[in-house]
Write a protein that binds this ligand. Structure first.
Ligand SMILES: [Zn+2]
Length: 435
């Protein structure tokens, strides 16, 4: 029998959209890594970074991006028309995902083990973190003011399940107390072995004393994978909302320059309510838009408000595909399918910002691009999740439409989406950015 060729399909130059999403997720174990990966891709495509402390000189066609606090990014391509005459087309997403953050005093010793003290971040499905090969990733602050991205090699951390023989009550349902039960184990406590602090310093390439602060999260080490009977699904951590960061970025990079200014905003801290200077309740997008207008459309004191009034933001955050064995949890006339295209999210009580005009506009853009649209609403007897869309709409007064790609197992350590939705989302967002 002839030997199968050993070419790895993942290593071809032309990545399929699903493969590129998997590579993006694997490169983005923390919000800071996601922003660094987006910055790398933007830079490779000719975008240049500007610091918020710099004076911004912007001309039509300028392709720029700026980063706030390491975990949030705004990228834009300045259109040829004055902003107040054409408005902007924006895509928004979020860089963070439910996880655990490493505590400041994290060296825990008990039962002969060294453990790492962590605090839950956002609404994780806690049980999905058990028995997985975990590491630590994020950003450390260095003495003197710099920062370094770190991801510890290997799989140094783990939440081991308790054997069923030691607690038969688990058959009635697993109850996890994060304070007592979810402290990941690092090693045996032999007294002198290196701990997390030493490993972080080594990863950052500095003496341990030079690490003066950290934003570190637990992250699964298993690479994103093709899944499903036909291989078109993507099993991966953090698809909510890295999949939309990826689609938005891909759409922006592919969009031709036009009359209108095109903007991508990816905020940190969505999973914890967005209330930070880098989150969607903060001033980041508003500040960038004000500076864009001031730099390109000076002289008219009403230019900012005229720009905002002409603009549309597509808030892209993952949506719930109908569950194969729990379809009863979905509204029976609204059952998004994996691979069925973007999901337009609506809620009578404004948990989503989509209204008739915005939804209609998005639907028309998708139709023109040949992209099918699905609809999501919650059951009347279930509360509705929310997203950055209503926050941005409220804060800036920009017309906003809430959309997302369909997925299963949202907020699991290992989520599931379809590679078929990647080009559909990119197509939809491209059509919106170039409208
Ligand atoms: Zn989300």
């Amino acid at each position: 029998m002839a030997r199968m060729p050993t070419v790895d399909a993942d290593r071809t130059d032309e990545l399929a959209p699903g493969d590129d999403l998997r590579a993006f997720v694997d490169a983005s174990p923390s919000p800071s890594h996601a922003v660094a990966e987006m910055a790398r891709r933007l830079t490779a495509a000719g975008f240049t970074e500007m610091a918020e402390v710099d004076r911004w000189e912007l001309a039509p066609g300028a392709a720029r991006f700026t980063v706030r606090r390491g975990g949030s990014l705004v990228a834009f391509r300045v259109g040829s028309a004055p902003l107040s005459a054409s408005g902007m087309r924006l895509v928004g997403a979020h860089t963070d995902s439910p996880t655990f953050k490493v505590r400041p005093n994290n060296d825990v010793r008990q039962a002969g083990y060294r453990l790492v003290g962590v605090e839950p971040y956002g609404g994780a499905l806690l049980h999905t973190w058990l028995d997985r090969e975990l590491t630590v990733a994020g950003r450390v602050a260095l003495r003197g003011g710099g920062t370094a991205l770190v991801r510890l090699p290997g799989a140094p951390l783990r939440f081991p399940s308790l054997a069923i023989h030691l607690d038969r009550s688990v058959r009635e349902g697993l109850t996890l107390d994060p304070q007592r039960h979810l402290v990941p184990v690092w090693s045996r406590d032999l007294g002198s072995e290196p701990g997390l602090a030493e490993a972080l310093a080594e990863a950052a390439g500095v003496p341990a004393d030079d690490v003066v602060g950290h934003d570190l999260v637990l992250t699964d080490t298993q690479p994103a994978a093709r899944a499903g009977g036909d291989g078109t699904w993507i099993a991966a951590p953090r698809l909510d909302d890295l999949a939309c960061c990826h689609s938005g970025l891909t759409a922006l990079l592919a969009a031709p320059a036009g009359e209108r200014t095109q903007v991508l905003v990816c905020n940190d801290h969505e999973e914890v309510g967005s209330g930070s200077m880098a989150g969607a309740r903060g001033s980041f997008l508003e500040d960038v838009v004000a500076r864009l207008v001031a730099a390109t459309d000076p002289g008219d004191p009403q230019a900012l408000h005229r720009t905002v009034a002409r603009s549309v933001l597509v808030s892209a955050d993952m949506g719930h595909a109908v569950h194969p064995t729990r379809a009863d949890r979905h509204e029976s006339a609204h059952t998004p399918q994996l691979g069925g295209g973007p999901v337009l999210k609506l809620n009578a009580n404004q948990a989503y910002a989509t209204d008739a005009l915005g939804g209609g506009w998005f639907t028309e853009r998708c139709a023109a691009a040949g992209v099918p649209v699905q609809h999501f609403v919650t059951r009347a007897d279930l509360p509705c999740g929310s997203t950055v869309g209503p926050l941005t709409a409220t804060r800036l007064g920009i017309a906003t439409v809430d959309v997302g790609a369909p997925m299963l197992a949202m907020h699991s350590c290992r989520e599931l989406a379809s590679a078929l939705d990647v080009p559909l989302m990119v197509g939809a967002l491209s059509a919106c950015l170039t409208d």
